[in-house]
Write a protein that binds this ligand. Structure first.
Ligand code: GTP
Ligand code: MG
Length: 292
């Protein structure tokens, strides 16, 4: 059998389970998954290599109408994923209807690339409702395979994988076969903190936060990490820290444990909170944070 290799880009509206799906397909927790919309901010690669194939997945931010420059940058990374895919997985779920974000969906359907429509979270519905939904998607995307799955329950992921493999072009691997992603450890460390912040705080706080790893030093059995949590306004600083520092302590403890299991080493984590006024609308700050 000839070797197969290609870029499989995962697109869809916020919160449909794109990151969960990529992590399950690759078998590693690469992309942050939370119940909150707009969890993913960057395009992140997850590479799955077998003897006869290499699938280069890209998880992308959920599609939205940008209200500030950070969101515009997020949407540019979605646009890039429209351009360079060998195959697009358009992920929807049983909660949203097909008319959500119709304009962007039309662009995806019109794009000159093979698509698979993935209907996620079928654990939340019943057979009859699912059949209606599949029929509706068949009308919308008559040329695409439509595959119902449950990412969290790993239901039907084998069928999805076989479909992907059958549609992948022949070719040599793009990356070494033991490579998992295009990101470095520092990125995952900062995402672990952002993930804990998404879990811990309400309302606009998680959306106002950016993490910078200020230093990262490996010693024999210990990694020393200093991180800055940036917020957009002064008033958010106190909310992040909490009464007597209890909230920040909670974030720190959770993040440190997750870092230790990710790195397989003890971690000493220091965190500071700083204000970077309106960073989400500042081209300079967005550049510094790696969005543009
Ligand atoms: N019930 C159920 N929940 C799921 C399933 N897959 C994902 N979820 C949940 O859906 C929520 C969103 O998952 P994510 O993977 O973060 O979604 P996303 O599409 O990457 O979201 P953004 O990055 O914000 O665009 C999380 O709470 C997941 O646990 C599934 O198969 N069934
Ligand atoms: Mg995501």
């Amino acid at each position: 059998m000839p070797h197969k290799s290609g870029f499989v880009n995962i697109l869809g509206n916020p919160n449909v389970g794109k990151s969960t799906l990529m992590n399950m397909l690759v078998g590693e927790k690469l992309s942050v998954m939370t119940p909150k919309a707009q969890t993913t901010r960057h395009r992140i690669m997850g590479i799955l290599s077998g003897e006869e194939y290499q699938i280069v997945y890209s998880d992308t931010p959920g599609i939205l109408n940008p209200k500030y420059k950070l969101q515009s940058a997020m949407m540019r990374s979605v646009e890039s994923a429209l351009d360079d895919a060998d195959l697009i997985l358009y992920v929807t779920d049983v909660v949203e209807t097909a008319d959500k974000n119709e304009a962007f969906l039309k662009r995806i359907l019109d794009a000159d690339v093979t698509k698979i429509i993935v209907i996620n979270k079928i654990d939340l519905t019943n057979q009859l409702a699912l059949e209606v939904m599949v029929a509706k998607w068949k009308e919308i995307a008559p040329d695409s395979a439509i595959i119902p799955i449950s990412a969290t329950n790993r239901f039907n992921l084998d069928v999805l994988l076989n479909n992907i493999l059958s549609l992948l072009p022949e070719g040599e691997p793009y990356f070494p076969k033991d490579q998992l992603t295009d990101r470095y450890e520092r990125f995952f460390i900062s995402e672990i903190i952002r993930g804990k912040i998404l879990e811990t705080y309400k309302k606009e706080i998680p959306y106002s936060v950016e993490i910078e790893i200020e230093s990262y030093h490996e010693e024999d059995n210990l990694v020393r990490i200093a991180a800055v949590i940036y917020v957009t306004r002064d008033s958010q600083k106190g909310i992040i820290i909490g009464r007597k520092g209890d909230m920040l302590k909670r974030v720190g403890t959770g993040a440190r444990k997750e870092m230790e299991s990710f790195l397989g080493k003890k971690v000493f984590l220091e965190m500071y909170v700083k204000v970077a006024k309106d960073w989400r609308d500042s081209s300079g700050m967005l550049k510094k944070f790696g969005y543009i």
